[in-house]
Design a protein around this ligand. Structure first.
Ligand code: CA
Length: 421
């Protein structure tokens, strides 16, 4: 396994930083009163790549790539340019670099910036590729015998979500209103969601377009990188609306992503196989090699004014279908994929109770409220709660992380007069 690539930025050499030189994740930041611009996290700092390009220290495709505040333009240039960019950043930031004097003025401390969405989200699809999650949810709704839908072991199931609702970490999320119907009630009511939940997921960022069907290996090469993703979910809205066309408003409030895209190249060494198959996959979906990622993931909850508690620990290797398999399947219909498409993995739960990636599972539908700290329990998210996702791959003396993916739940908005009786 590759060792830590040492940097002249001291904080990038710490074993517990998310952002060693081996990582080089892509984000968009702004200093107070300034316009957003592209940057790469390095230790506790950000390298202002827009400024480095202006200074002639980065030159890709002979033209400006970072004159816009999003990473889609680099994605469009394709995998060779992605590799060239990474190699150049290593040259500039490595210990002993000849360019230190020229680069150093273009570093800004992370604690001085605001972070923005790192890319223009073209479209957003959310899959359901976590088997333990699908089994747990299915058990709650249909019983253990019929927990997995009959298609689940053959198809990476998904639904088309809304790109407009994707927000960057730190954006508050307002509790949604919706139609709710208690199981024993005759009619629904219009009310604020009572079962608001998070979902711990990994998001894949598609960096190349498709025209027609794409195989799994080709799909893998199209993925620019990964983000942490919290698919906020209104369980009571979902329960009433989901048949027969699947989730709709229950998933349309917000989806929070981490501020940093970790490029696929930074995760190459952390590939692991998907879990054993319970049913052989159709040939088009078979993996050419290990495509899953060994990423430790956790979810933490902080009540308003309280302290943070980790409520779940799991790993991305639990996913039954990799992002490449999801992307391949997505193209089989002829659906064109575009630069900036976001693919959510589905909730990643492990087999044990403390590795479940949603409150629905952790509190077993609210029947077994989760004790956060003595005397404080949660069945679902309460107003003022902040939910934090974290994740990293563990290297030899370093780690590759995403930064925090956070969101605080705000109380529902007031009901407009026209919606009252
Ligand atoms: Ca989801």
């Amino acid at each position: 396994m590759t060792k830590l690539i040492r940097s002249w930025v001291d904080s990038a050499n710490a074993p517990d930083t998310d952002f060693p030189l081996n990582n080089l994740p892509c984000g968009v930041f702004s200093l107070e009163g300034d316009e957003p611009r592209c940057g790469v996290a390095i230790g506790a700092m950000i390298a202002d790549v827009a400024a480095l390009e202006e200074a002639g220290l980065i030159d890709l495709a002979g033209g400006p790539v970072f004159d816009v505040p999003f990473w889609n333009e680099l994605m469009e240039l394709g995998p060779e340019a992605w590799a060239t960019f990474r190699a150049r950043m290593v040259e500039l930031l490595a210990e002993g670099s000849d360019w230190r004097g020229e680069v150093e003025p273009h570093l800004v401390p992370q604690d001085a910036v605001e972070l923005h969405l790192p890319f223009l989200v073209s479209e957003y699809t959310d899959f359901y590729a976590g088997k333990n999650h699908a089994f747990n949810v299915g058990t709650m709704f249909r019983g253990p015998e019929n927990a997995l839908p009959p298609n689940w072991l053959s198809i990476p199931i998904g639904y088309n979500g809304r790109a407009s609702s994707v927000v960057v970490s730190g954006t508050p999320v307002r509790r949604p209103w919706g139609q709710l119907k208690a199981p024993d009630a005759e009619l629904p009511v219009f009310a604020p969601c009572r079962r608001f939940d998070f979902e711990l997921e990994l998001g894949a960022v598609v960096g190349q377009p498709s025209d027609g069907m794409v195989g799994v290996a080709e799909a893998e090469a199209m993925i620019f990188g990964y983000v942490l993703l919290n698919d906020w979910s209104a369980r009571d809205i979902q329960a009433w609306e989901y048949q027969p066309l699947g989730p709709f408003q229950a998933k349309a409030t917000a989806t929070t992503i981490s501020p940093w895209i970790v490029m696929t190249a930074a995760l190459a060494e952390f590939r692991v196989p998907t879990p054993p198959r319970d049913r052989p996959l159709l040939p088009y979906l078979r993996e050419p090699g290990p495509l899953n990622l060994d990423l430790s993931l956790e979810a933490a909850l902080t009540p308003e004014g309280g302290r943070e508690t980790v409520i779940a620990r799991t790993n991305a290797r639990e996913l039954y279908y990799s992002a490449a398999q999801q992307l391949c399947h997505h193209t089989t219909s002829g659906c064109p994929m575009n630069v900036g498409d976001l693919l959510g993995s589905g909730t990643i739960s492990g087999e044990t109770k403390d590795s479940r990636g949603s409150l629905l599972e952790l509190s077993w539908g609210g029947k077994e409220p989760l004790e956060i700290v003595p005397g404080v329990t949660r069945s679902f998210m309460e107003d003022g709660d902040t939910l934090i996702l974290r994740g990293h791959a563990q290297g030899d003396g370093y780690r590759i992380g995403f930064g925090d993916c956070t969101g605080q739940v705000l109380p529902a908005a007031g009901l407009p007069d026209w919606a009252k009786e």
